[in-house]
Ligand binder design. Structure first.
Ligand SMILES: C[S@@+](CC[C@H](N)C(=O)[O-])C[C@H]1O[C@@H](n2cnc3c(N)ncnc32)[C@H](O)[C@@H]1O
Length: 349
């Protein structure tokens, strides 16, 4: 695979080349994400095209688009022939909407304005503990931003779904939900995980609880999974309350978006709403406690500057859950790979 490096190419030796390549990541992020956002890979699915033809189809400026495409070719996403026609490489194919195992939703959703701009606040957060006062709306609060930008909310929910589809498969393999009657998914986004749980619990009903903009595509996901007729889709704020009466509450990949105080509030709201003998499943990747490097520390950094949360070890989760009225009864490790997802099964104390 052909790959150009800009900063890395300035230095001859491997160590400085590697550092240069690390530092040019901010360029690569935008080249990949904008190529995907503009839908270039879909337009190149059936035939090669010139920048001019692509610009007409996208409604973009031909000259800047051509310069983007040539840079994308440098990163190995496209090739350009002698007639200036662009074609997808095997790697670029994975940015097509219809690619099996494609990454378009994942990349566009996780590189959108809130996460992209929040990384630019890293120095302020590390120096001062908070963003600069002059932040624009994208970096001033992820969830508030999505409320005012529904298209970005859709991309983020789709990106979560692409990750959670794998998670959900692992959850229902490791945990049998068939004994439960009413499953409440707190912050359940498009309903990907709840749909999988309900398919394994044919007698159960479900409640999907999230902010309204995150729920927009949930009816389609639930209908495609054949569980729409037994699922209530309810918009609400889990920092205020969660639906009552569940015998199984699920909080998946949510607590790491929050600092301890808010995370405790979310769990306490589940405690308040649930039946005395109910079960809570907290599903999160766990932070390692040894001193080895781990991508979990990169994820922790993203949680710090993005939504304003933190990754936690099993012990930290256990303490948080105990402070909100729950005892950890089982810790089920889901995967040996990344992320190191666990199901933390808890009972009310
Ligand atoms: C990282 S996503 C996890 C989604 C889903 N549980 C999963 O595992 O794929 C966090 C979710 O929390 C939701 N959320 C954020 N703030 C919320 C609030 N105050 N009330 C309800 N949901 C909220 C977001 O909309 C988003 O869907």
């Amino acid at each position: 695979m052909q790959q150009t490096t800009l900063f890395g190419g300035l230095f001859g030796d491997d160590k400085r080349r590697y550092l240069g390549q690390l530092a040019e990541g901010f360029i690569a992020t935008q080249v990949v994400a904008v190529t995907a956002r503009l839908g270039v890979p879909d337009l190149l699915a059936d035939a090669d095209q010139t920048a001019e033809e692509l610009a007409g189809a996208i409604g973009a400026e031909p000259d800047p688009l051509e310069r983007l495409l040539r840079a994308a070719a440098g990163f190995g996403l496209l090739t350009q022939d002698e007639n200036d026609r662009f074609t997808l490489t095997e790697v670029g194919q994975f940015l097509r909407t219809d690619a099996t195992g494609g990454l378009r939703d994942f990349i566009v959703g996780f590189t959108g304005p809130p996460l992209w701009q929040s990384m630019g606040q890293l120095e302020n957060v590390v120096r001062n503990g908070h963003y600069s006062d002059a932040t624009d709306d994208a970096a001033s609060g992820m969830w508030a931003y999505y409320q005012h930008h529904p298209e970005e909310a859709r991309w983020f929910a789709r990106a979560m779904s692409s990750l959670t589809t794998r998670l959900a498969g692992e959850v229902v393999t490791a945990y049998d939900p068939s004994g439960f009657e009413r499953i409440v998914d707190v912050g359940g986004s498009r309903g990907t995980l709840l749909m999988h749980l309900l398919r394994r619990a044919p007698q159960a009903t479900g409640v999907l609880w999230d902010r309204s903009e995150a729920l927009e595509e949930a009816p389609t996901v639930l209908a495609e999974g054949g569980v729409a007729d037994r699922t209530e889709v309810v918009a609400g704020d889990f920092l205020e309350a969660v639906p009552r009466g569940g015998d199984l509450y699920v909080i998946s990949q949510v607590l790491h978006n929050w600092e301890d105080e808010q995370a405790r509030t979310i769990v306490s709201n589940c405690h308040r709403a649930s039946q005395p003998d109910s079960t809570l499943l907290v599903i999160e990747p766990l932070l390692p406690t040894d001193s080895q490097p781990s991508p979990m520390h990169v994820l922790d950094l993203l949680m710090m500057v993005g939504p304003g949360g933190r990754e936690r070890s099993r012990e930290q989760h256990e303490a948080l859950l105990a402070s909100a009225g729950y005892t950890l009864t089982r810790d089920i490790a889901l995967t040996q790979g990344f992320p190191p997802w666990h199901i933390l099964e808890c009972r009310r104390t």
